[in-house]
Design a protein around this ligand. Structure first.
Ligand code: GUN
Ligand code: ZN
Length: 433
């Protein structure tokens, strides 16, 4: 299939040098689920005169967005106002997650969750799973059935949560092993060992997490770090011999190139150095950090230290699935810090696409429109009569158009989404009466 559309993606080897490349009348050829050719429409058409044409009138076609931190069992808690992290977990979030003991409820939520990601333009994600193995299976099965490239895993904790969410190190080991054998490396799925956070893990549970990593090739690790001052102080009390929060994970061999730790709002200099040295990633979740009053992410300090970061929606502390909104919140967060970076539209797009793909070990497959990439695409087209439509009409540069997209485009502006060349969502299907 040959798509004719206004095309836009971010290029460059890293965040500082990110640039926009655009073709206002572009052509993009999809073959066997991958992008096979891209460029000005007339040139691509001349090279592929027989390809079936699909014309996308108006709007912009972007690479699919990559969410590096989002919680499957938290869609229903979005918008629980008035609390900070530990209160929010205890009062609303953990009780909601306990409902995933019901397999039928879990399956319906798995569908809702994957629908929500897809219709927000997210085409690849690292997902914090459920504490219940059957609920985790439901998520993997639904993702496999849709061809959604999911990385996820059973969430584990054996203290300081609700008793019904607690596991034991032995049970966590067995359940993880079973899930890894069944899903890791199958149907485009990968597995992430997911101790919830140091605050809810015993040394034995962290030891089991490290053992699983050593016993299986290519696993990811995900957890949370340095989100909230009370959380950080509690972790220091639980692990008195650790040098700092990051060191708790490090001692059990959990830091590496496939590690993604959410938040890191309050890192110490040593932690930033160690993050950079280990190659682990931080998932920056700006709407969540604002929502729970966790603080303003020190992006410049991460960048200076060489600690890598991408974006996460962190639903349900995050306030929506759209990474376009998340990118705008990342921008605003930096504007509120005296040392904040002044991010460009290209850099925001880079964070929402290429950086996420790199964090998920998919830099060669996702995040851009180059030939060889998976055809994961997002067609943004504002609904008629919306402010976004008006601003895009008047925008005089690709930078301004994209800035307006970050400011105004959310779920409703997503007209269609392709994953691996397959149409995964089309807005017109929903609008039919
Ligand atoms: N730390 C441990 N669990 C969670 C969670 O579900 N959300 C956030 N934002 N932080 C956490
Ligand atoms: Zn989280």
């Amino acid at each position: 299939m040959l798509i004719r559309a206004s095309l836009l993606h971010a290029t460059g080897a890293g965040l500082p040098g990110a640039r926009l490349q655009s073709w206002s009348d572009g052509g993009l050829l999809i073959k066997n689920g991958r992008i096979a050719d891209v460029g000005p429409f007339t040139e691509v058409r001349a090279r592929h005169p027989r390809a079936t044409l699909r014309r996308l009138e108006g709007g912009l076609l972007l690479p699919g967005l990559v969410d590096t931190h989002v919680h499957y069992p938290q869609t229903a808690v979005i918008g629980a106002l008035g609390m900070e992290l530990l209160e929010w977990l205890n009062e609303v979030t953990l009780p909601t997650e306990a409902r995933f003991a019901d397999g039928q409820y879990a399956r319906s939520q798995a569908r809702l969750f994957l629908d929500a990601l897809t219709k927000s333009g997210t085409t690849r994600a690292l997902v914090f799973g459920s504490h219940f193995a059957a609920a985790q299976e439901a998520l993997f099965e639904e993702a496999a059935a849709r061809g959604f490239p999911l990385i996820s895993g059973l969430v584990t904790g054996d203290r300081n949560l609700l008793p019904e969410l607690h596991t034991t190190p032995a049970r966590a080991y067995e359940e993880n092993r079973r899930l890894i054998a069944r899903f890791h490396g199958h149907n485009g799925l990968r597995y992430a060992v997911s101790p919830r956070f140091a605050l809810s893990a015993s040394e034995e549970l962290l030891e089991v997490s490290g053992t699983l990593l050593r016993e299986h090739e290519g696993l990811f690790v995900q957890s949370h770090v340095n989100e909230n001052p009370r959380e950080i102080a509690t972790v220091a009390g639980l692990f008195p011999s650790a040098r700092d929060y990051l060191d708790v994970y490090d001692r059990f061999g959990l830091l590496g190139l496939r590690t993604v730790l959410a938040h890191d709002v309050h890192p110490r200099p040593r932690e930033l150095e160690r993050l950079a040295e280990s190659g682990a990633w931080v998932a920056h979740c700006p709407s969540s950090n604002a929502f729970l009053g966790s603080g303003l992410f020190p992006m410049r300090a991460h960048q200076k230290a060489g600690a890598r970061f991408a974006l996460g929606s962190d639903v349900g502390a995050g306030t929506r699935f759209s990474l376009l909104g998340e990118a705008m919140d990342a921008y605003k967060t930096q504007r509120q810090r005296p040392d904040g970076l002044r991010l460009t539209a290209a850099q925001l797009l880079y964070l929402a696409t290429r950086a996420g793909a790199a964090a998920l070990e998919a830099a060669d497959r996702a995040g851009g429109l180059e030939p060889g990439m998976s055809a994961d695409l997002l067609w943004l087209k504002p609904l008629p009569g919306t402010t976004l439509e008006e601003v895009l009409t008047q925008a005089e540069s690709a930078d301004h158009a994209l800035g307006a997209v970050f400011a105004l485009a959310r779920e409703e502006a997503v007209a269609a989404v392709w994953i691996g060349g397959n149409l995964a969502y089309e807005r017109s299907m929903l609008q039919a009466p």
